[in-house]
Design a protein around this ligand. Structure first.
Ligand code: FCB
Length: 480
C-alpha cells in the first residue's frame, strides 16, 4: 500500500523538526485526576463503585481525591503554561454533569469545565474534551450498562448537554476514549469497572459503544458550530505474529479483528469485518445485535482519529490449542478479554520494559501511524496518548530525574516525526500524562506523569522529562 504524502506536512527524514502548527499537548482523564468525588452533586460512576470494592484496585486506592485537579486546576493550568503546552486533553466526568445519566444537566458540574476551559483559553492553551474516559454513571450500569442498547442513546443525550454548555469555548471533541478497554476489560476480563466477565456482554458492549459514538457524533454536529472538530480515540493494537508460521499469522488476524477492526470496521468502513463475525458467531447473535441503520450511524464521518500507543502486541497460536499464559499487558485475570479468540498467546516484544512491564518499541508507533494513514487517506491522525510509567522518586534535593522517560519520549516522538516524513498525516501529540494519577486497577502505584504528584501534600514537581518536553515544544523539534 502506498503512503499518502500531504504536501503541508511532508518533512525530510533527516530533519528533527515537526510541521508548523503541530499540536503539542498533554492528557489526563477525569476519574484519574479530579478527585472531589462527592462534590457539587456528582454521583458515583462505575469506577467509584469498582475502586471501593475490596480487592479490585491495588492497595485499595480510589479516585476520591486523586490529584485533586478539581480544586487545583488553576495551578495546573499555570504549570501547563509554564511548560508551553499548546493543548490540554481532559475528559468530562459524566456523573458530574448528568449524575444519573439521564435528564437535565447539573450546572455546578458544568461550571467546573467552564472555569477550566476559560483558564486554558486565557493561558493560550487549546482545550480538547473527551466525553467518555470510562466513568459511566453507576445508575446506567445498574440499568444494564454498555451491553444494554439504551446506554448508547443516553450517551448521545449527554453529548448534547455537554456540547451546548461548552461548545462556545471547546472546538475539539472526542466521543470515547479506548472503547476496547471499556468493553473488553470492563465486561470481558473484568480488570476494569464494572468488573463483569461475560463474553456475550463484552461484544454487546462493543457494539453499543460504537453506536453511542455514532449517535454522539450526530449530537455534537447538531449542537456545535461547523468549525468544531469531532473525533474518537482508539487504542489500536500494533499486532505482530511471533513467527512466520501460518498459526501465528492466524493469531495476528484474530487479535487484529477483535482488538482493532471491531472498531475501525464499522467506524471507518461502515461494516463489521466478516472474519470477526465468524470468529465470534458462537458468542453473540450479530444479526440480532446490529439493527438496521446502526452502521450508517456508526460510520458518520470524523474530522480526526485519535490513536493511543504504548507497546506492540506480539501473538502466537499454540499448536496444542491449549490456552496459554497471557502477557497482553492488560492486567491479570482468569478470564480472557479476547472474546472468541481466548486460545491466542501473548508475548513481550523485547525485555526493555517500563514499570508496567510493557516493552519499549517505538517502531510500533511508526508502523501504526503509517499504516493507518495509508489505509484511510484524508483522515488526519492525532497521537492522543503516549508515555511511560517508571519508578520515579524525589531526590534529597527535591528533584525528579527520569532519564528513562526522556529516552522513551524521545524515541517515540522520533517515530512520529519519521511517520510524518513517510507520509502519515499526524497533526499532534499528547503526552500521557500531565500529572501522576490514578492508574486504574494499579491505583497510585504507577506514575505516568511528566509532573510528579506528592499525594500526601498534593505538591507538584515537574520531572526532568517535563523540562525536556517543554524544550521540544519551544523548538518544535527534537534535540539533534
Ligand atoms: C490508557 C488509558 C489512560 C492511561 C494509560 C496508561 O489505556 O486511556 O487512561 O491509563 O492507558
Amino acid at each position: 500500500m502506498t503512503a499518502v504524502r500531504p504536501e503541508t506536512t511532508a518533512l525530510p527524514a533527516s530533519d528533527t523538526s515537526f510541521p508548523t502548527g503541530f499540536v503539542w499537548g498533554a492528557a489526563t482523564a477525569a476519574y484519574q485526576v479530579e478527585g472531589a468525588a462527592t462534590e457539587d452533586g456528582r454521583t458515583p460512576s462505575i469506577w467509584d463503585t469498582f475502586s471501593h470494592t475490596p480487592g479490585k484496585v491495588r492497595n485499595g486506592d480510589t479516585g476520591d481525591i486523586a490529584a485533586d485537579h478539581y480544586h487545583r486546576f488553576r495551578d495546573d493550568v499555570a504549570l501547563m503554561k509554564e511548560l508551553g503546552l499548546k493543548a490540554y486533553r481532559f475528559s468530562i466526568s459524566w456523573p458530574r454533569v448528568q449524575p444519573t445519566g439521564r435528564g437535565p444537566a447539573v450546572e455546578r458540574g458544568l461550571d467546573f469545565y467552564r472555569r477550566l476551559t476559560d483558564a486554558l483559553l486565557e493561558a493560550g492553551i487549546t482545550p480538547v474534551a473527551t466525553l467518555y474516559h470510562w466513568d459511566l454513571p453507576q445508575e446506567l450500569e445498574d440499568a444494564g450498562g454498555w451491553p444494554h442498547r439504551d446506554t448508547a442513546h443516553r450517551f448521545a443525550d449527554y453529548a448534547t448537554l455537554a456540547a451546548r454548555a461548552l461548545g462556545d469555548r471547546v472546538g475539539m471533541w472526542t466521543t470515547l476514549n479506548e472503547p476496547w478497554c471499556s468493553a473488553f476489560l470492563g465486561y470481558g476480563s473484568g480488570v476494569h469497572a464494572p468488573g463483569r466477565t461475560d463474553p456475550a456482554a463484552t461484544l454487546r458492549a462493543a457494539h453499543h459503544l460504537n453506536l453511542g459514538h455514532g449517535e454522539a457524533v450526530g449530537a455534537l454536529r447538531a449542537a456545535l458550530p461547523s468549525s468544531a472538530q469531532v473525533s474518537i480515540t482508539l487504542n489500536l493494537h500494533q499486532v505482530r505474529p511471533l513467527t512466520d508460521s501460518p498459526e501465528d499469522a492466524e493469531a495476528a488476524r484474530r487479535i487484529d479483528a477483535v482488538g482493532n477492526r471491531i472498531f475501525t470496521g464499522p467506524l471507518l468502513d461502515g461494516a463489521y469485518p466478516e472474519d470477526l463475525l465468524r470468529d465470534t458467531a458462537h458468542v453473540v447473535d450479530w444479526d440480532e445485535l446490529v439493527r438496521a441503520g446502526d452502521l450508517a450511524e456508526i460510520s458518520r464521518p470524523l474530522d480526526v482519529l485519535g490513536v493511543n500507543y504504548y507497546a506492540p502486541t506480539v501473538v502466537s497460536l499454540p499448536a496444542d490449542g491449549a490456552a496459554s499464559t497471557r502477557n497482553d499487558g492488560h492486567g491479570a485475570s482468569d478470564h480472557s478479554p479476547w472474546t472468541g479468540s481466548e486460545q491466542v498467546a501473548f508475548h513481550l516484544a523485547n525485555d526493555d520494559l517500563t514499570a508496567m512491564n510493557w516493552s519499549i518499541d517505538p517502531s510500533g508507533l511508526h508502523t501504526l501511524l503509517t499504516e493507518m494513514s495509508a489505509r484511510h487517506p484524508g483522515l488526519p491522525l492525532m497521537v492522543t496518548e503516549n508515555g511511560a510509567a517508571f519508578d520515579d522518586y524525589v531526590s534529597p534535593e527535591g528533584r525528579v530525574e527520569d532519564p528513562q522517560r526522556i529516552a522513551y519520549l524521545h524515541s517515540h516522538l522520533d517515530a512520529v516525526r519519521r511517520a510524518i516524513a513517510d507520509g502519515a498525516d499526524v497533526r499532534g501529540y499528547f503526552l500521557w500524562s500531565l500529572l501522576d494519577n490514578f492508574e486504574w486497577s494499579y491505583g497510585y502505584s504507577k506514575r505516568f506523569g511528566a509532573v510528579y504528584v506528592d499525594y500526601p501534600t498534593q505538591r507538584r514537581i515537574p520531572k526532568a522529562s517535563a523540562r525536556w518536553y517543554a524544550e521540544v515544544i519551544r523548538n518544535n523539534a527534537l534535540p539533534a
